[in-house]
Design a binder for this molecule. Sequence first.
Ligand code: FES
Ligand code: FES
Length: 155
Amino acid sequence: MIINVKINGLKKTLDVEPDEYLVDALRRYGYISVRQGCDTGNCGVCTVHLDGKSVLSCIVLAAKADGREVTTIDGVKEDAERVGRYLVEEGAEQCGYCSAGTIMSILYLEKCVENPTDEDILHYLAGNLCRCTGYEGQVRAIKKYLEAKKNEDSK
Ligand code: FES
Ligand code: FES
């Protein structure tokens, strides 16, 4: 079946199977920055934004994206790189496999919650499993990133 999707700001027409998941369709069409792990909605590495909302693309049918907007980490490069730098500085990026999905969740948190508490941060990270860290580095990095953004905005 044919679906029309805006991906990272560009209109695309994809030919997908009725039972194909979004992660598979995206990767098949070359969006390989969307990672694939558990395929069961448990690890978070496949996180993308669908109409601005964080979703796990391995449990969303590609057909559901018809007429909608998908953003992968490539569509938010500048912000993603910036968050990534904070993660690295705080030692929260080790193997890095979880990073793309985690960054998409961090950007969604930034959009949804003003002045998040540690609890809010952990809540938004809950769907993104990281096997290498204890999340303390991520929490520190997120706080520093948001603080820097706030200081910039208040100038
Ligand atoms: S691959 Fe989608 S949640 Fe693990
Ligand atoms: S840094 Fe390795 S899984 Fe998170």
